[in-house]
Every structure is written in C-alpha cells, then in structure tokens.
Design a protein around this ligand. Structure first.
Ligand SMILES: Cc1cc2nc3c(=O)[nH]c(=O)nc-3n(C[C@H](O)[C@H](O)[C@H](O)COP(=O)(O)O)c2cc1C
Length: 319
C-alpha cells in the first residue's frame, strides 16, 4: 500500500496550471490506486464547450502527480482513460517498483513549486538559448504529443490568428461574462487574480485580454515580446485521450522551461476560436491538431505573484 505517497502526489498536483485557474480536477485514493477525475462542474461552458481545455488542464495535473511520485522515489504506473463507461475518469495511477529519484525528477519537482504563468512581455535583448529550447521540446516529445517552435514567418501568421481570435472574443458577451466570473472570485482559492495580469499593451502577437482594463495590476516592465518564442503543442488526434496527452506534454515542457530559467504563458484563445485554430494548424508541418500555444522567453528577475489553489480537502478524497 502506498496511500501516503499517492495522497501527497495528489496534493502536490494542485500546483498544476489550468484554464483560468479553474482547477477542474478531483483526485480519489482507493488504497493502492489514485484516480484522476475531470470535474465538469468547473468546465467553462462557453469558452470551452467540448472540455478540451479542461482535459488539457487535467493532463497537466496528471503530469505533476507523476513528477511528485518520481521525485519521492516511486515509479508511477498510469492507466489512461481506464473505463470507457466513465468518461470523467481520466487516469488511474498505481505505484511500480521503487526507483531512486533522478536529478531530472528532482529538478522538475522543484520547478513545480516555482512555476508561474508569466504574462509580462519578454525583453528583446535576452533571447531564449537554442539548447534550452531543444530541451523543452524534448521534454514535450517524450510525452504523447509533439511540440513545434514557430519560425519568424510563421509567427506573423500566429499574429493573424491571435488578432482574429481577439476580435471575435471582444465581441462575445458570453465569453466576457465567463472571463469576468473567473477574474472576480468571491473566494481566495481559484480564478485569475488581477495582480497576475498586465494591462493591455501592443505586442507582436496579442495575448488574451482578460477584460480587466485598469484593474490589471501587474506592471508590464520594459519588454515588448520581441524576445518571445512561440511553441505549439500538437497531437495527431483530437479526442479526450489526445487532450490529456497534450496537457501532460504542456506540463513537461513548462517545467523544463522553468528549470532552464525561462518564463512561459499559454495562449489558448487561438485554439478556442475555430477559425484561428485552422490557421495555426496550417503552420504545423504535419497538419496535426494544435492543442495549445506556449509563449516562452527570458523573464524579469522577480517572478509574478502566485495564483491561489483550492485546499486539498476540496480536491482530494480518501476512501
Ligand atoms: C489549458 C490552459 C489554457 C490557458 N490559457 C491561458 C491564456 O489563454 N492566457 C493566459 O494568460 N493564461 C492561460 N493559462 C494559464 C492559466 O491562467 C494559469 O495556469 C492559472 O491562472 C494558474 O496560474 P499559475 O499558472 O501561475 O499557477 C492557461 C492554462 C491552461 C492549462
């Protein structure tokens, strides 16, 4: 029985990134297994009607739990989508043979606790080292997804996709209402705090406008995003199992980027709006399914404030 280790991994996995910090997951331990369930009550019905971003978020939490177990010297054995009759049951984790933690798993665990969404523009004078980008890509590719680094001409097309998505969202009152709901929480446990959002500013590729206006509190600094790289996480299929894999790959890439001293923020508007998604798809040499874009760069020395998490009691059930 490894109940204590599994419980600890589930608690640590609360640190995973999620769409609008909705934390749409539940964990259940049953003796020797830990189950990950999507929590449809936390799905964003308008922004994410099919649950793709919810499932990607759960995939990130699954990868975080795997990292926590590996760093504690336990080999995680994962059965994904184990019961077709229960679609919200996304994974069942058991523990394999003991295995001493590697320096990589310890570094990833450390990064789990330091990683934050960095929304400030990245400075032009600090480029992302090519070797760091290679390691970030390798981390994602070791999961069940691919990661493509866009070259300069393709970044121009990403800009068109992001501008289009931006314009459509700006005229969507239901999307605005959902954004408002998740940026104005009456609890201190979930949602996107205005202290982590920068005011709207011109950038080569626009990022999500949370609609906060003057309420966005994070000073943007002097960067203009000309030092940013744009990475596309993609999968060959577009089913829930692919979304889960994309989430695991996103987490693997993001934790590696953190270890490399890089900052990152996802850009999901370009996959939420179908027309923008089609355009991003044409940028991939394989015409795979784009699942998320990560904006990556060299961050300011001092990180942004943390976003809250729900207490373990609301997320992890024993029994
Ligand atoms: C699937 C997914 C989509 C996301 N989309 C965006 C986005 O479009 N813009 C953004 O600024 N952050 C985005 N994020 C980041 C979340 O807002 C962030 O993870 C959450 O607020 C928690 O903050 P933290 O990452 O600093 O812990 C996304 C995260 C995930 C997992």
């Amino acid at each position: 029985m490894h109940t204590t280790a599994l419980l600890r991994a589930a608690r640590d996995a609360r640190l995973a990134p999620s769409i609008l910090n909705s934390q749409p997951w539940r964990w259940r331990t049953g003796g020797s297994a830990l189950e990950l369930h999507a929590d449809p009550a936390r799905q964003l019905p308008h922004i994410d009607p099919h649950g793709r971003l919810m499932t990607i978020s759960c995939g990130a939490a699954l990868h975080h739990a795997r990292v926590a177990l590996s760093a504690a010297g336990h080999e995680p054995v994962v059965d994904r989508m184990p019961d077709p009759g229960r679609p919200t049951l996304l994974a069942r984790i058991t523990i394999g043979p003991a295995r001493p933690p590697t320096s990589e798993s310890l570094a990833a665990y450390d990064s789990m606790r330091r990683r934050r969404t960095e929304r400030r523009p990245f400075a032009a004078d600090a480029r992302v080292p090519a070797e760091a980008l290679t390691r970030v890509r390798a981390a994602a590719e070791a999961e069940r997804a691919h990661l493509y680094v866009l070259d300069s001409p393709d970044v121009e097309y990403l800009r068109y996709a992001a501008q289009g998505a931006h314009t459509i969202t700006a005229h969507d009152t239901l999307a605005a209402a959902e954004l408002r709901q998740w940026t104005h929480r009456d609890n201190a446990a979930d949602g996107v705090p205005p202290a982590t959002v920068v005011p709207d500013a011109p950038r080569p590729v626009p990022v999500r406008d949370f609609g906060l206006g003057a309420e966005a509190e994070l000073p943007p600094g002097s960067g203009d995003d000309s030092g940013a790289e744009y990475l596309v996480v993609a999968t060959s299929g577009d089913e829930p199992a692919d979304w889960l894999g994309a989430g695991e790959a996103t987490s693997a890439a993001w934790l590696t980027a953190t270890t490399e001293g890089l900052g990152a923020s996802p850009m999901s508007e370009v996959v939420e709006i179908p027309g923008a998604r089609v355009l991003v798809r044409t940028l991939l040499p394989t015409r795979e399914q784009p699942q998320l874009v990560l904006r990556v760069g060299v961050p300011p020395a001092c990180g942004p404030p943390p976003s809250p998490r729900r207490p373990a009691t609301g997320v992890v059930t024993e029994g």
